[in-house]
Design a protein around this ligand. Structure first.
Ligand SMILES: Cc1cc2nc3c(=O)[nH]c(=O)nc-3n(C[C@H](O)[C@H](O)[C@H](O)COP(=O)(O)OP(=O)(O)OC[C@H]3O[C@@H](n4cnc5c(N)ncnc54)[C@H](O)[C@@H]3O)c2cc1C
Length: 382
């Protein structure tokens, strides 16, 4: 692919940068992190400007652009504040499932709820006993007449306690092959039997909401079953192909944000009579970090572009997510190192980037799971 971004894409990236730099104030970042506060007001502003609905088709009130444009916005938001960036851009988490597999009625109801009435969405697959091994979900989604009854527990769910609706994965059919028989249902949080409990004391991304969801005899109508019952696992795998490049873009933003802070610091901080940027070890490290970030960025853009032309490559999405995630952790670690002891103190923003970065290697499939996907695609059946 040709990696030159179009004028329109560059304008979008610039607009996202300007918005984040203006709205994500140091005070707000600090407050949201310290108090684990969800920044509803900024989330609404970002929504009104179309940043978080960028991929929702125009006919449903979104901007109608592609994953590549979304990745550019993501990178800029996370560069300034991973926590607030996550709150803003993940406020529509899970909508890819609706865009890819929803029927017109579901898109009309739920995507328009997001674009016209600021609904917050969630996507709930993880359970206490089913994380990486998602096919092991124990939640039941069982048909009873014209309704489906849902029972189970979901955990570590982004937006769990503030969402208006969630796409919930559960088992409908007991099959020999575990991957068959799973179904996605659209569950509204106001439905009887839906209960969410916020999870506190996260290491990072503390402006973002994470919760456990209990589903007890929740009843949804037929119209709330996504696509075909029993195909949920396969829908989820395609969903990840489309969302892992976005996590890669999150990680690139974090790496760049931490790098920028470190770069400023090494030019200002003096030891042995000169700025620490004058030491060759610092210079070599700066060169190495910048190169790693650029490599991760190109991989993230390529994976996003691949989706935007409708030719997803699972191995590419996983390569981007794994490599960029590891880059975010590596770069933020070195950014703290370059700050010496001050990097360990909460007053310095670099400490927050270090804590925020770790999630990039964990959610939407750990780095080990990404490597399994890549290897499986390359090696094939043995
Ligand atoms: C802040 C946050 C937000 C999240 N948001 C959501 C959300 O919105 N929706 C949602 O459904 N989930 C969400 N998750 C859950 C996340 O996707 C899972 O935590 C992740 O998939 C890992 O699952 P697990 O935590 O059960 O770890 P486990 O699967 O128990 O893994 C533990 C360790 O074992 C390794 N491992 C497991 N299997 C293998 C294997 N076959 N080979 C090699 N190593 C292996 C893993 O890589 C990991 O290092 C979120 C998590 C966090 C922390």
């Amino acid at each position: 692919m040709d990696f030159r971004l179009t004028h329109e894409q560059l304008d979008i990236k610039r607009a996202a940068r300007e918005f984040a730099e203006k709205e994500f104030t140091p005070e707000l970042m600090e407050e949201c992190d310290r108090e684990e506060k969800y920044p509803f007001e900024i989330v609404k502003k970002a929504r009104d400007l179309g940043f978080s609905t960028i991929k929702i088709p125009e006919e449903y009130g979104g901007i109608g652009l592609t994953l590549l444009e979304e990745a550019l916005v993501t990178e800029e938001f996370y560069r300034v504040s991973p926590g607030i960036g996550n709150a803003c851009l993940s406020s529509t988490f899970g909508t890819e499932l609706l865009i890819l597999f929803g029927n017109n009625d579901q898109k009309g109801r739920y995507l328009k709820w997001i674009t016209e009435r600021h609904a917050i969405s969630a996507m709930a697959t993880t359970e206490p006993e089913a994380g990486s091994d998602v096919a092991n979900v124990k939640t039941k989604i069982i048909k009873e007449g014209d309704e489906w009854v849902i029972n189970g527990t979901k955990t570590l769910i982004t937006n769990g306690s503030i969402c208006d609706f969630a796409l919930v994965l559960g088992r409908t059919y007991e099959e020999e092959k575990r991957h068959h028989g799973l179904t996605f249902a659209i569950v509204e949080s106001k439905m009887k039997g839906f209960k969410a409990t916020k999870i506190r004391n996260k290491l990072g991304l503390r402006a973002s909401d994470t919760a456990e969801i209990s589903l007890k005899d929740v009843r949804v109508p037929n119209e709330n079953i996504l696509g075909e019952a029993g195909k949920g696992f396969y829908y989820l795998m395609e969903f990840f192909n489309h969302t892992r490049p976005r996590v890669a873009a999150q990680a690139v933003g974090i790496a760049q944000g931490a790098f920028d802070i470190a770069m400023k610091y090494v030019k200002e901080r003096k030891q042995f009579g000169k700025p620490i940027a004058a030491f060759q070890h610092t210079q070599f490290k700066i060169a190495e970090l910048a190169t790693r970030i650029q490599a991760a960025r190109l991989l993230a853009y390529q994976a996003a572009w691949q989706c935007s032309i409708g030719e997803t490559k699972p191995e590419l999405s996983s390569m981007a997510k794994w490599f960029a995630g590891e880059t975010a952790v590596y770069v933020s670690d070195w950014a703290v190192q370059m700050h010496g002891g001050y990097g360990y103190i909460g007053e310095y923003p670099v400490e927050r980037f270090y804590r925020d970065a770790k999630l990039m290697e964990l959610y939407e499939g750990t780095k080990e799971i990404q490597k399994l996907v890549i290897a499986k695609r390359l090696i094939g059946k043995i």
